[in-house]
Design a protein around this ligand. Sequence first.
Ligand SMILES: O=P(O)(O)OC[C@H]1O[C@H](OP(=O)(O)OP(=O)(O)O)[C@H](O)[C@@H]1O
Ligand SMILES: O=c1cc[nH]c(=O)[nH]1
Length: 179
Amino acid sequence: MSQKVLLSSKEIHIILHRLACQLIENHLDFKNTVLIGIQPRGVHLAERLSKILAEDYNVNDVNLGYLDITFFRDDFRRGEKPLEANKTNINFLVENKKVVFIDDVLYTGRSIRAALTAIQSFGRPAEIELLTLIDRRFSRHLPIQPDYRGRQVDAINQEKVKVLWKENDGEDVVYLINN
Ligand SMILES: O=P(O)(O)OC[C@H]1O[C@H](OP(=O)(O)OP(=O)(O)O)[C@H](O)[C@@H]1O
Ligand SMILES: O=c1cc[nH]c(=O)[nH]1
């Protein structure tokens, strides 16, 4: 196995601040906007952005929820292992709200396709946008693209992009892993 650093902690810090500013540019006071972190790993990114919005840009009380997509995936009956769902926690209405899905990596687009179905149980949003830290180029199976992207990355199929977060994994770093 070999691994290469795609983004260092310093680069991640800069990108997160840029993404927060882009969100502010489009959503101003976030009155009609809700942020939804896709479980499991989009949640760390969503929490980070929410913290940056509050602490560095004085945008407080932004609605932040977590959405589990396990049973909405098109391959959920195909695996050999029993599935373990994560927690969905959305304690506000999404009806008529501008929803921003937040995930760490966009690859085939199938997770976001599942999220589009899963969110329907919570109402009919006015619109849905997608923010992703890593956008893997040329790998989409579905017509899904990010509205906000941290970094576009070229990776071949056998490679995997892994995003690690300080609070969960001990450090902020993005690796390209070749097994
Ligand atoms: O665009 P997609 O192809 O759906 O891939 C993106 C998803 O993959 C990762 O999750 P996870 O590690 O749970 O999924 P994986 O096992 O498919 O890599 C990542 O956190 C995204 O949610
Ligand atoms: O490279 C990839 C592809 C899917 N999911 C990831 O987390 N990384």
